[in-house]
Write a protein that binds this ligand. Structure first.
Ligand SMILES: NC(=O)c1ccc[n+]([C@@H]2O[C@H](COP(=O)([O-])OP(=O)(O)OC[C@H]3O[C@@H](n4cnc5c(N)ncnc54)[C@H](OP(=O)(O)O)[C@@H]3O)[C@@H](O)[C@H]2O)c1
Length: 305
């Protein structure tokens, strides 16, 4: 299979790249797969003509994994048009192209499609109600994909993604924890962290799944994150404990930490559907954080080497 992965310089794109190139189990399973990784330079999702040009000048793909996205949640409040273009209109275009090429499309979405007001973990069938521009544009991406591709697409909603790559909460806290004696962190937003390598592994397992490879399977939404629930405050405490950083962490409320974009209060997601459909087990967030810490801390980036 020819598999296109967009967003090659992002956390998830790089994590997929690393697994495809270094994990011997995946290499063996997927030796017949050809992965093509593209970044903004090759395929700029903010430009309709660039997208058309890229697909016109390349051979057909069997699967498109769209990891590229406008992910700057606060900045999206000002750059609404650009966020909508990348997260929604480009997805519309990709869906049309995938349909024409009879390719499958995997779209990564977010827990921020929900308003966070539920007291139990969100099911895929729960009604979304995004409260910020980023969430609205990602939901619009989901909806256009479902409309254009009622079959052959998968939407994976994930949350609180971190990795050894790029900017993310874990790396920011490790830096701030070493610079400061004390930090205030929001304690009334609850969710589940996701180590990008775990999500990358799940995506590779899905495309290797025989059932998934059947043509014309109805388009489905799945939730995936690491297992367990936590607040940003508790997550920070655990990061510092693992890293042996001596920095006092003070819990504060969302109201005490104003941001341009509103954040949902509780975005825990129920993951039974993905677990049962693809026979996947989600590592607990604590174990993933512990396992990934050395890679994150050393900031060793095999991608560059
Ligand atoms: N990060 C999270 O906490 C989180 C939470 C829930 C869901 N998600 C979703 O998970 C997916 C992967 O996220 P991530 O954490 O890997 O994001 P990321 O690290 O921010 O990477 C996003 C990538 O998209 C690329 N991109 C942005 N605009 C583009 C454009 N106009 N054309 C082409 N590429 C463009 C960026 O390119 P440059 O490197 O050139 O800027 C970047 O490499 C996204 O769909 C995101 O919405 C993320």
């Amino acid at each position: 299979m020819r598999i296109l992965v967009t967003g090659k310089n992002g956390q998830l794109g790089r994590s997929i790249h690393k697994l495809v190139n270094t994990d011997s189990k995946i290499d063996n399973n997927q030796s017949s797969n050809e992965f093509i990784f593209v970044g903004r330079e090759e395929l700029d999702l903010s430009s309709k003509s660039d997208i058309n040009h890229y697909f016109d000048s390349n051979n057909k793909f069997d699967i498109i994994i769209n990891c590229a996205a406008y992910t700057a949640v606060d900045k999206a409040e000002e750059e609404q048009e650009l966020a909508n273009q990348v997260n929604h209109l480009a997805v519309k275009q990709l869906a049309g192209i995938a349909k024409e090429q009879k390719a499958k499309l995997i779209y990564i979405s977010t827990d921020y499609v929900f308003d966070g007001e539920s007291d139990k973990p969100y099911l895929e069938s729960d009604t979304p109600n995004p409260i910020n521009v980023y969430g609205k544009t990602k939901l619009a991406g989901e909806r256009t994909l479902q409309e254009i591709m009622p079959t052959n697409a998968i939407i994976i909603r994930t949350s609180w993604v971190y990795s050894e790559y790029g900017n993310n909460f874990v790396k920011t806290m490790l830096r701030l924890g070493k610079e400061r004696d004390e930090l205030n962190v929001v304690s009334d937003q609850i969710g589940s962290p996701t180590y990008a390598t775990d999500l990358a592994g799940v995506i590779l397992e899905i495309i290797d799944n025989k059932d998934y490879q059947d043509k014309d399977k109805p388009t489905e939404i799945y939730h995936y994150s690491n297992e367990g629930e936590i607040s940003w405050y508790e997550f920070t405490q655990k990061i510092f404990k693992i890293a042996k950083i001596d920095c006092k962490v003070n819990p504060i409320t969302t109201g005490q930490y104003p941001t341009s974009a509103q954040r949902p209060r509780n975005t825990l997601m129920n993951k039974d559907k993905i677990t049962q459909t693809f026979n996947i087990c989600e590592p607990r967030w604590k174990e993933s954080l512990f396992d990934s810490y050395a890679k994150i801390e050393s900031q060793k980036d095999l991608y560059e080497n």
